[in-house]
Design a protein around this ligand. Structure first.
Ligand code: CAA
Length: 258
């Protein structure tokens, strides 16, 4: 994969957007490579995925402005759908995803981070939706996911004004869960990913399904969704072992994903 690399470290997958000359901006090729990498992740061998950007300056500086500059209305809509479909695939990947935001997360970059389950960032990170300054709207989920994460007022302020926010402000408004010095970001992401990977994998995947599917439903339906995924955990070897270990006052030997 030219523009997106993948490494496996034990149960943790690391996806790196790798187009540093353009600050990892997303053109069609980068998005295609990202989709190919997402499709190739072995869900049985991988329990958490980290997404980051190559280099020390940028996570992803947005969709590629050069590529978009001459698009027709139809091409623009198709590009939006192309990105949205891949980010929806990422959002519904069965295993948890962590965006390790190592610099600029602008436009499509912030939208990529918001399609992950959890966001942590480095002190030099900058977040924003600069699209209205370019004459367009956010097009890879920004008008929808930002509001759900930071609330309507803050999302509208950021999107209408095209004002970027720094890491400390992103933490204050709940866009990221934690801020680290740049050199500590990937170790922190790996520590969190490994902590997730140490828990019962079927249960973790069912939590993600329950949260993601419930999020898109009204409360009565969301409660049914929760009941379904709760019930699906029972009779698994890991459920039996997890509860037996508690009752026998011993540690779980290691969950088997069965
Ligand atoms: N698209 C294409 N190329 C980009 C890019 C982008 N989004 N962001 C950066 N680059 C390129 C620059 O053109 C430059 O290339 P050259 O060296 O060939 O000139 C290279 O990356 C380095 O960028 P700068 O020289 O601009 O670096 P800087 O440190 O001075 O500034 C920056 C960094 C503030 C991030 C600035 O590059 C910038 O403002 N980038 C655009 C950010 C943006 O507007 N993103 C939103 C895009 S629209 C979108 O994403 C729509 C959507 O919702 C789907």
């Amino acid at each position: 994969m030219g523009f997106v690399t993948y490494e496996q470290e034990g149960y943790v997958g690391i996806v790196t957007i790798n187009r540093p000359k353009a600050l990892n901006a997303l053109n069609t090729e980068v998005l295609k490579d990202l989709e190919t990498v997402l499709d190739s992740i072995d869900i049985n061998e991988t329990r958490a995925v980290i997404i980051t950007g190559a280099g020390e300056k940028s996570f992803v500086a947005g969709a590629d402005i050069g590529a978009m500059s001459k698009m027709t209305k139809e091409e623009g809509a198709a590009f939006g759908k192309f990105g949205n479909d891949i980010f929806l695939k990422l959002e519904s990947l069965p295993i948890p995803t962590i965006a390790a935001v190592n610099g600029f997360a602008l436009g499509g970059g912030n939208e990529l981070a918001m399609s992950c389950d959890i966001r942590i960032c480095s002190e030099n990170a900058v977040f924003g939706q600069p699209e209205v300054g370019l004459g367009i709207t956010p097009g890879f989920g920004g008008t929808q996911r930002l509001e759900r994460l930071v609330g309507t007022g803050k999302a509208k302020e950021m999107i209408y004004s095209a004002s970027n926010i720094k890491a400390a402000e992103a933490y204050r408004v709940g866009l990221v869960n934690a801020v680290y010095p740049l050199e500590e970001l990937m170790p922190a992401a790996k520590k969190l990913a490994n902590k997730i990977a140490s828990n019962a994998p079927i249960a973790v995947r069912n939590c993600k399904r329950a949260i993601t599917q419930g999020y898109m439903s009204d409360m009565p339906h969301a409660a049914e969704v929760e009941e379904k995924w709760f019930g699906e955990c029972f009779e698994t070897e890991d459920q039996r072992e997890g509860m037996a270990a508690f009752l026998e006052k011993r540690k779980v030997e290691g969950f088997k994903n069965k």
